[in-house]
Design a protein around this ligand. Structure first.
Ligand code: SF4
Length: 238
């Protein structure tokens, strides 16, 4: 029985892992000239509205491993487990692939002051990249395709001239961020496979949903975050 369950767990996670590896391949193979031309066509320019630094506009600031190290040096209390936990075991413990920045009570980033970033030179990679991205996502009709810009026409200026060098540099940054993000996710699933097999755990969707309902009503949950190749335990309240 246990062996059968472990095989099921392994194959479910293997499937998730395969999807992420496939996405990574897609990012690496995505034509640079196409990305450069989209960047130039959109011609985005930041107008310093700072809306992207608030939860009203952006749900959370996900941190790559190097970003986490940098924020930890500034203030470890400004880190929290990223939301949208990938897994939940049969005991109700959640697992997630990284940290996010905390927000203030008004929903603005913990580092935002008077519409300005107080750690501009040390800001996380995603903040340097925003609003660019390279994800496969479903559109309003459910058709999955690549998405390269977030919040199009909701902030900033558009159709600004971006020269070839600048657009190529942005395209390079997009690919490098998405590659690092997906590699972090792959490392997470590999570590989770090892941890779940060793401790006879399995991901249970029903338990995930039940615990999230409790959490949303104010209950405390346990979340393990992958950090430096190991899971670090946190108690989390909404
Ligand atoms: S770290 Fe700086 S740029 Fe990033 S969301 Fe916070 S205030 Fe904005």
């Amino acid at each position: 029985m246990i062996i059968k369950e472990l095989i099921t767990v392994t194959s479910a996670m293997e499937k998730q892992l395969e999807t992420v590896i496939e996405e990574l391949k897609g990012v690496q193979e995505y034509p640079m000239d196409k990305l450069v031309s989209i960047i130039q066509e959109v011609g985005f320019e930041c107008d310093l509205c700072a809306r992207c630094c608030t939860r009203e506009f952006n749900d959370h600031v996900f941190l790559l491993t190097d970003d986490t190290k940098r924020v930890k040096e500034l203030n470890p209390d400004y880190l929290e487990p990223a939301p949208y936990y990938e897994l939940c075991d049969q005991h109700g413990n959640f697992y997630v692939s990284g940290y996010a920045l905390k927000a203030k009570e008004d929903g603005s980033c913990i580092f935002l002051d008077n519409k300005r970033c107080t750690i501009y030179d040390k800001r996380p990679t995603i903040c340097r990249l925003y609003p660019y991205m390279l994800h496969r996502e479903p559109d309003e009709d459910g058709n999955v395709d690549w998405r390269q810009i977030s919040g199009l026409n909701q902030h900033g200026h558009y159709h600004v001239n971006i020269n070839d060098d600048e657009a190529t540099a942005i395209a390079g940054l997009i690919k490098s961020y998405e590659t690092a993000y997906l590699k972090q996710l792959i490392a997470f699933y590999r570590k989770a496979q090892e941890h779940f097999s060793k401790n006879k755990l399995k991901h249970v969707k029903g338990v995930y949903d039940r615990e999230m309902r409790k959490f949303n009503k104010g209950g405390e949950i346990t979340v393990f975050v992958l950090s430096n190749g190991e899971f670090t335990e946190h108690r989390v309240l909404k």
